[in-house]
Design a protein around this ligand. Sequence first.
Ligand SMILES: Nc1ncnc2c1ncn2[C@@H]1O[C@H](COP(=O)(O)OP(=O)(O)O)[C@@H](O)[C@H]1O
Ligand SMILES: [Mg+2]
Length: 254
Amino acid sequence: MSASRRSIWGRPMLDVPRKEVILSTLALRAGYGGKPVLQGLEIEVREGEIVAVIGRNGVGKSTLMKSLIGLVPAMSGSIVYRGEAVETLPAHKRARLGMGYVPQGRDVFPRLTVGENVAVGAAIKRGGIPEAGRRRIVEAFPILEERWNQRAGTMSGGQQQQLAIGRVLIADPNLILLDEPSEGIQPNIVQDIARNMVELNRRTGVTIILVEQNLDMIRAMAQRCYVMVKGRIVASLDRSALDDVAEMRRHLAV
Ligand SMILES: Nc1ncnc2c1ncn2[C@@H]1O[C@H](COP(=O)(O)OP(=O)(O)O)[C@@H](O)[C@H]1O
Ligand SMILES: [Mg+2]
């Protein structure tokens, strides 16, 4: 075999084996009260990718994330995670297979400390957090080290968001589903969080599906992007398209 192939654009591509698909959906339909929001949605994400999903308010981005983790049941279609059909598995089983979910709005417990939030998330007794898990969290988000015994409700939105993400790292996920982490967070902190996530991705190879409206965060994190309209993927944009600000703004307009 030749050392290089040609891409469809005629440029030579290196003959590096492509990474395995970690998650794919086929004709996925899911919604509420028998009414589908996702209308035959298809995505394919490879190991180690950071892929954004964008689209206007109400197109079904959060429903997609909930459906991937199992909080909204699939009506039909499939979700394949690491070679296994998971669409009928309950959320806790998908989590055990290595999927981590960070909900929109963060959902941290304000009256509990950082450490207690982590323990509740992992369903383990306070003080019983494994050292390796704790190290994983504070390595990714150093601010949580100094805030470990502080109540979450007294922290800034950005710190609470880092806690919400850090919490899923206790289980050492292969895939993180991250729903609008920038919501209500100051721009400079958005950049900090994006940098920490990219660093985590490079260091550990964790795959990230990022739902976002914030163009700065998308451009700081994502390698490519799906555009969603009314429960379907209507476009798949590569990295260079993410730099076309005018085009991106059109897709993001609320
Ligand atoms: N729990 C729910 N029950 C009924 N309808 C819902 C529920 N959650 C969301 N929806 C509806 O589903 C559609 C998609 O919502 P959502 O997935 O939250 O969109 P997005 O995250 O893209 O803003 C909207 O029309 C919304 O009103
Ligand atoms: Mg949403």
